[in-house]
Design a protein around this ligand. Structure first.
Ligand code: UTP
Length: 290
């Protein structure tokens, strides 16, 4: 399977940092967000990583390229740990493909830009600013979605439960019924409903798997909210003709497109970090006690 990583957005909620740095390059402790996303995809068996990029996103291309001078320098100094860390950025057997989205016309448009690189195969869509933590040794978010796709043959939307008015910030799924595997069949999906109109408290959290026919629906969608081509509108049209399902992902989710979500992710990932965790916990506890 192939994966599309839309990274062409402006990241306005994270200005001024995102003026010249892609938000996907912001680090969570010691790795950029985009690396977590690529590692998740690679573990799920995805070999073709397709990035939909825009202006100011060159840092992502450079990050997934070899750094010969740096590698030569580190191997000359016998800095083997750092050399290994550097080489681990590019998982074995993985291809990186970069497609430009000339005008940022919305998430749906960004996904459609990936069509020539995907062709006729099913594909995943992964939003790197939605960081999903799963316990090591358990299936990650993309694996959970791919398993549901293999089981149903239908488009899969990864969702999570949110409380109260929080649903107004997300794509919200209208759930029809849940099968024995916990897979929910979908009646519809709406973008950012009001709290009272929301058909459920399940929000789309940046993980999808689609059959290739999805591109036809993306191509047919008219600009919606904010003049953008909305992924949600194309999913709604796809559901009507082909059906779709949602998976309540077994994962902890961090919205790293916002400053608060980003801080929370750094806190939790630092506390869990094998080398830094214990020392960092002591610092945090001392601060709280002060
Ligand atoms: P967001 O709306 O969350 O990201 O889009 P954004 O536009 O970068 O951030 P804000 O809202 O201005 O702070 C969801 C995803 O879709 C990508 C973004 O990069 C992000 O990963 N996207 C969005 C595109 O690739 N192209 C677009 O035209 C719009």
């Amino acid at each position: 399977m192939k994966a599309i990583f839309p990274v062409a957005g402006f990241g306005t909620r994270f200005l001024p940092t995102t003026k010249s740095t892609p938000k996907e390059m912001l680090p969570i402790v010691d790795k950029p967000l985009i690396q977590y996303a690529v590692e998740e995809a690679a573990v799920a068996g995805i070999t073709d990583m397709i990035f939909i990029t825009g202006r100011n996103k060159r840092a992502i291309e450079d990050y997934f390229d070899r750094a010969y001078e740096l590698e030569a320098e580190l191997s000359q100094k016998a800095e083997t740990t750092q050399l290994e860390q550097l080489r681990a950025v590019i998982p074995d057997g993985v291809n990186f493909i970069f497609v430009r989205q000339g005008d940022a016309m919305g998430l749906g448009h960004a996904v459609l830009c990936g069509r020539p690189a995907v062709g006729d195969s099913p594909f995943a869509v992964i939003l790197a600013d939605e960081l999903l933590y799963t316990v090591p040794g358990t299936p990650n978010a993309s694996q959970q979605l791919i398993a549901a796709y293999q089981h149903t043959g239908q488009a899969v939307v990864g969702v999570g439960h949110v409380l109260g008015k929080a649903i107004e910030r997300y794509g919200c799924v209208d759930v029809l019924e849940t099968d024995a595997q916990g897979i929910m069949s979908l009646h519809g999906i709406v973008e950012k409903p009001t709290h009272v109109d929301a058909p459920s408290q399940y929000a789309a959290f940046g993980r999808y798997v689609f059959p290739s026919v999805m591109f036809d629906y993306l191509a047919g969608v008219k600009p919606g909210r904010g003049g953008e081509i909305q992924l949600t509108d194309a999913i709604a049209a796809l559901i009507a003709d082909h059906g779709a399902v949602a998976v309540n992902m077994d994962a902890l989710r961090y919205d790293c497109g916002t400053k608060m979500g980003y801080l929370e992710a750094n806190l939790d990932f630092a506390l869990r970090h094998p080398e830094l965790g214990a020392g960092f916990k002591a610092i945090v506890e001392a601060r709280i006690a002060a």
